[in-house]
Design a protein around this ligand. Structure first.
Ligand code: BDP
Length: 589
């Protein structure tokens, strides 16, 4: 799906700003026909999560349908008109001028509707019913508890706040009737010549298609037809250290669309990961799309701050834990030279707490029909993610899940289906992997052989061997990584390791939650990584502190950030910076 843009043939109207809003607390929406207009609505900002904007706890923790409305006055618009949502978390049904346009499942990917026949000059009303309910076939997964008085509570099976709302921009855009629907770019090299093989999907072949590769204003290469090849002599390859971008301009009849691209290749060879045939060592983080007040709302200034911090600390990569991020994030990764492990929201695929008691745990991957529904949802979200992000040079790897119960025998057929499907989706054939959890060490994991890269989240020193037992953590980690390296000749990336750390808490000797403890834990891990040649990447958990549901182990959220939630460094950030600059400047790894 193309990112909507202003071009010589397309108009873009932002619907961001103030909207009307109301959670359907007393199930009144149907009887009162809220799809025609929400009575007694409050005011909300779009984009934003609604949860932290108001002062009442029931709104923050609400489970169910949340309604949004926007009234817009429009001048007559020519051509085809599309209404597009950057995301609606976790599912939405959209109405325009009283007519139901359709629904979308999945809270972190865009969707759109052709509204040419519905939109009219003058007053128009858009109403969106959003639902935030978690289940064992929603992704992310979780469950809802109904208490004695009928109140519903969420139990996310994942460790981030279940923010909801219109998190990303809402836009109207136009295209000519016969237009460019999709663009697929496949980069490669022949010596110093850069090559882009392209395919353009158009509505009708009744017009000619011209594709040009530009460097600034200079046309370097030009080709006609909906598929073909562009070439550039003495190409400047895209690389984290020189993220050089060219423009691709497509003209199809009246329609013109341009996008930026970089020319680079990605390959796994033995236990190395190669970008442009050179091994890379990944330094960076698992992140969250999370900030004070706005929750998961799109915020470009915060995004820029994050990229400046990533550059400052010497990071060259991120994982979009645990869901696809807004399009602007990938655009910035292309520009800043940050490699992306792009993750689908398959998180919480974990032993299920029974509805009655947290004591009764059932396996996740049981054959009860729920998996068929989950599998279909999982496959569709993978399709949408790859379709959206496939042209970004920064995206080098697809992550199909975070910490599923891959020790369960029934996880095998499930992930065989997921990997097989994922391998049909990407025209660039990027590597595919999933993130393994400590419950499934190499002897127990049913799935790792399907992965091109072994990605491990490990918490020796925190969830195991913590506090006084910390001196044993390093040995245990080394023992485990040695077993992984012996079993698979594949690259290993440690996609999470860390310790909750209260910024400003200092203790000597270190205790848990102090800045010293976080520092010592990272030192121990790095010493082990440097001894295992298979380790080709380190992503401390997390880039910044982030919000979670309330719980006994979460004091105002998860505090494993290297930066605080308002993006200031903890002590360990300086040590990491030193290490990552050294890694970049030497061949230490
Ligand atoms: C890992 C999860 C991550 C959590 C982290 C933690 O992948 O989402 O936030 O643990 O507990 O298991 O801090």
């Amino acid at each position: 799906m193309l990112v909507p843009k202003m071009t010589v043939s397309r108009t873009l109207v932002s619907l961001d700003g103030l909207w009307s809003f109301r959670p359907d607390k007393d199930d009144q929406a149907t009887t009162e026909s809220w799809h025609l207009g929400i009575p007694k609505a409050w005011t909300i900002a779009v984009p934003a999560s609604y949860n932290d904007l108001y002062t009442e706890a029931w709104i923050r923790d609400f489970v169910g349908d949340i309604w949004y409305q926007k009234d817009v006055e429009l001048t007559p618009i020519e051509g085809r008109v599309v209404l597009r949502f950057g995301s609606a978390t976790h599912r939405a049904t959209v109405f325009m001028n009283g007519i139901e346009l359709g629904s979308h499942e999945g809270g972190f990917l865009p969707f759109e509707f052709d509204v040419t026949a519905i939109i009219r000059p003058g007053a128009n009303r858009i109403v969106v019913k959003i639902n935030n309910t978690l289940s064992y076939h929603s992704l992310p997964a979780g469950r809802v508890d109904v208490k004695w008085n009928g109140t519903k509570f969420h139990h996310p099976a994942f460790d981030f706040f279940n923010y909801s709302g219109l998190h990303r921009s809402v836009e109207l855009y136009t295209t000519p009737e016969n237009h460019i629907e999709d663009v697929t770019l496949i980069p490669s090299f022949q010596g110093t010549t850069g090559i882009i093989d392209y395919t353009i999907k158009v509505t009708s072949d009744d017009a000619s298609t011209v594709v040009e590769l530009l460097d600034g204003q200079t046309v370097l290469s030009k080709s006609e037809g909906t598929s073909g090849r562009l070439e550039v002599d003495h190409c400047r390859p895209w690389h984290p250290e020189d993220p050089y971008l060219y423009d691709v301009r497509i003209t199809h009849g009246q329609d013109v669309y341009t996008l930026k691209t970089g020319i680079r290749t990605v390959k796994v060879l033995g236990h190395t990961l190669l970008v442009n045939d050179k091994p890379v060592y990944l330094t960076g983080f698992g992140k969250h799309d999370d900030f004070e007040v706005i929750g998961k709302g799109l915020n470009l200034p915060v995004m820029i701050r994050d990229f400046e911090l990533l550059k400052w600390i010497g990071a060259n990569s991120v994982r979009t834990t645990h869901y696809p991020y807004p399009e602007a994030f990938y655009e910035l990764c292309d520009r800043y030279g940050i490699l992306v492990i792009d993750e689908v929201p398959a998180v919480g695929m974990w032993k299920r707490s029974s509805d009655l008691s947290v004591m009764g745990k059932k396996p996740f991957f049981e054959e009860d029909g729920v998996m068929t529904k989950t599998l279909a949802n999982h496959k569709r979200q993978l399709e949408e993610m790859v379709a959206r992000d496939k042209n970004h040079p920064s995206v080098i790897l697809w992550s199909v899940a975070n910490e599923p119960a891959s020790d369960e025998v029934a996880s095998r057929p499930y992930f065989e289906a997921i990997f097989a499907h994922a391998r049909t989706l990407d025209p660039q054939n990027r590597p595919i992997s999933f993130v393994n959890c400590a419950i499934a060490p190499p002897e127990k994991c049913q799935v790792s052989d399907l992965s091109d890269i072994i990605m491990l989240n490990r918490y020796q020193g925190w969830y195991a061997f913590s506090g006084a037992k910390f001196p044993l953590a390093k040995g245990d980690l080394k023992h485990e990584l040695t077993r992984w390296a012996a079993k698979y000749d594949k690259p290993i990336v440690i996609t999470e390791y860390g310790a909750d750390t209260l910024s400003g808490l200092h203790k000597l000797p270190a205790i848990m939650f102090s800045e010293e403890y976080q520092n010592e834990l990272f030192e121990a891990y790095h010493e082990v990584f440097d001894q295992i040649p298979h380790v080709i990447g380190e992503h401390p958990w997390n880039f910044a502190d982030f919000n979670t549901e309330q719980g006994l182990t979460r004091v105002d959220g998860n505090k494993k950030g290297v930066f605080t939630r308002i993006r200031q460094p903890k002590m360990v950030a300086h040590a990491l910076r030193q290490r990552w600059i050294d890694i970049k400047n030497t061949t230490k790894k």
